[in-house]
Design a protein around this ligand. Structure first.
Ligand code: NDP
Length: 594
């Protein structure tokens, strides 16, 4: 169609109308509640497939300076920071059978890091490791977690296959009293929670899900006994299997090409298409890597974060799809209608290019149309892959688009969409993780602070914190999570900043004879106002987005509102922490000294 035929045609305005229509299709009253707790058949869906059953050990009874909950990058980086400050009197409690967190659980075929390995994989300089590729595989990252564990001698500190049971503040002794699923009883001055953001897998509460008679599992609990193969070899047992996958987020984008290679038939059930940019992975240039000067990794991490938060550093060191797409931050409060229009046009241009990529790649025009993302670039995490879209050209791969409704019903044979029941041997849930539900729910235990108050009670209307780290009535509880704290495209950068902050708090308390530290309620309120102030500017943009975990499935509850992530740049959030540490006066806290 030419502009002569439609003199008033305005592609941006048309796209914006479409964005709102697509959002409306997907808004639902149950928001976050669409993902349910399961009983019966699925109660056990998040059982650890990577350990032998029957593990036992003697319970531990001890007194420690700190207990760290979580052995993913958050817990490991905190341990390393503590060790750097000369503190080794800590215990790590981890549900899984090894270090690694999300990289322990996620071993699905095709799993890899979507952020460049030189900025994502921490402590490369310290461990002397060179990633083999620009975007490392999950296997390589998991191995790196073990490398960090060995290099910094963290294994003796860890209690694996152990879950927190209770944690209660003992006012008289100024200690946390911790019990675990293995009968341990540990007293600790500091309780540091680094529970991670991608560890609580969620299943959609689809009607009839329990009636499905075939095999099913979540991507974070891949069953290679059933599929055959491994994370690095083809799934040879799928040759005669009809496989369905629910979800088309970052995980599914990596899984689908692998299924396409080996399964007899693949049905991809789609609610909202992902935006999929160019990946262009390749081996590490060894000469370049050897030429990097000491201190390069921290510089590169900061440079990447600056580049993807619209800070436009002088040089774009990483120069990949992320920095290209997010270079211009269009998710900000505009100062004038003209600036808004400019930002919207920049956003539109990026998304139009991603939609064009679908059209250029997917041969069947109807399928291509359905795979096009109709929302702004900050609404959902952009994916990068070079094999996902071409997979839809394979005769064994079928897109089952639900026009925004999602799969609403599952029968004994498989998902039912538009009256058709898809007959499947295997149904894979690539349905993601709980990212914005309450922290206590995701931690899996409920700390009890001063006067017997549980965290879930004090936070019944949502979180109350200073910087997302300290909270009133819970002395020496140090939280590493996204709730009222930072976030970032490179999540490990956020964790590095938090780990540094938390370790500094512990070391400084030790050095200054501080017995306990907690936030004041006034400081918590002030911090919330800071968060709201930044969020207000962004609310306008978010209101145009299709639902997803970035906006708590579009939900608008008080709890959801308080549990927000620091909505500005990670660099700004890190700046708050740094200035606070540099001031050295522990502003906004109640401190008891010995
Ligand atoms: P997501 O939450 O991003 O995706 C879940 C998917 O399930 C969405 O496509 C969602 O649709 C869909 N869904 C939910 N319910 C239904 C339903 N009833 N019918 C049909 N579809 C449904 O989870 P992922 O595991 O894909 O990714 C989570 C995060 O993990 C990523 O954003 C990323 O941060 C991280 N990740 C990182 C990787 C990396 O390379 N570092 C790789 C993989 C994941 P809808 O969009 O409509 O809600």
């Amino acid at each position: 169609m030419t502009s002569d035929q439609h003199p008033q045609s305005d592609p941006l305005a048309e796209a914006q109308e479409r964005y709102l229509r697509e959002r409306e299709k997907r808004m639902r009253d149950d928001g976050l509640a669409q993902y349910k707790e399961f009983t019966g058949e699925y109660e056990d869906f998040d059982r650890d497939p990577w350990v032998e059953p029957g593990f036992t050990r003697e319970p531990v009874e001890e007194d420690r300076l700190a207990v760290i909950v979580g052995g993913g990058f958050g817990g490991m980086l905190t341990s390393v920071e503590l060790a750097r400050l000369g503190i080794r009197d800590f215990r790590i409690i981890e549900k899984a059978g090894d270090f690694g967190g999300t990289w322990y659980w996620n071993r699905y075929p095709g799993c890899m890091c979507d952020v460049e390995s030189y900025t994502y994989m921490p402590l490369l300089e310290e461990t002397g490791y060179m990633p083999t590729e620009k975007y490392a595989s999950a296997t390589e990252i998991f191995e790196h977690c073990q490398r960090i564990g060995n290099h910094f001698d963290l294994y003796p500190h860890a209690l694996f296959q152990t879950e927190m049971d209770t944690a209660e503040w003992d006012e008289a002794e100024n200690r946390w009293v911790i019990t675990t699923s293995r009968g341990d009883r540990i007293r600790a001055k500091f309780l540091i929670t680094a529970g991670g953001i991608l560890h609580k897998a969620k299943l959609p509460g689809i009607e009839g899900i329990e009636t499905f008679e075939g095999k099913s599992f979540h991507t974070a609990r891949w069953d290679y006994d059933y599929t055959g193969g491994s994370a690095t070899t083809p799934m040879d047992k799928l040759a005669d299997k009809r496989v369905g996958i629910i979800g088309t987020g970052a995980t599914a984008v990596q899984v689908v090409p692998q299924l396409a290679r080996t399964a007899k038939e693949v049905y991809v059930f789609q609610r909202t298409p992902s935006a999929v940019g160019v990946r262009d992975n390749g081996p590490t240039d060894e000469e370049w890597f050897a030429s990097l000067e000491p201190g390069w990794q921290e510089e590169r991490m900061r440079n990447f974060t600056a580049a993807v938060t619209g800070e436009k550093p002088e040089r774009d060191l990483v120069g990949d799809g992320w920095t290209k797409i997010l270079w211009e931050n269009t998710n900000i409060q505009a100062e004038s209608p003209e600036q808004r229009r400019e930002l919207d046009e920049a956003d539109f241009a990026v998304m139009a290019e991603l939609r064009q990529r679908v059209e250029d790649t997917v041969e069947d025009p109807d399928t291509a149309e359905k795979l096009k993302p109709w929302y702004g670039k900050h609404c959902k995490r952009v994916c990068f892959h070079d094999d996902y879209l071409p997979a839809f050209n394979e005769p064994n791969v079928h897109l089952v688009d639900t026009d925004g409704r999602g799969v609403r019903e599952i029968g004994p044979k498989g998902p039912i969409v538009d009256g058709v029941e898809y007959d499947l041997d295997l149904l894979i849930f690539a349905s993601g993780f709980e990212v914005t539900t309450g922290l206590v729910r995701r931690l899996g235990f409920d700390p009890v602070g001063r006067n017997g108050t549980a965290l879930s009670e004090r936070w019944s209307d949502g979180a109350h914190t200073l910087h997302g780290v300290l909270t009133a009535e819970f002395p020496n509880l140090l939280v590493i999570s996204t709730v009222q704290a930072g976030f970032g495209t490179n999540f490990v950068h956020f964790l590095s900043e938090s780990a540094r902050h938390v370790a500094w708090l512990v070391a400084t308390a030790e050095a200054e004879g501080i017995v306990s530290i907690e936030a004041t309620p006034e400081a918590e309120d002030e911090w919330l106002m800071v968060l709201y102030g930044v969020a207000m500017g962004l609310a306008e943009y978010s209101a145009t987005c299709t639902p997803g975990y970035y906006n708590s499935e579009g939900s608008r509850t008080t709890e959801g509102a308080r549990n927000l992530v620091y909505p500005g740049s990670l660099m700004h959030y890190a700046g708050y922490l740094q200035r606070w540490r540099e001031a050295g006066d522990m502003a906004g806290t109640t401190v008891v000294r010995s």
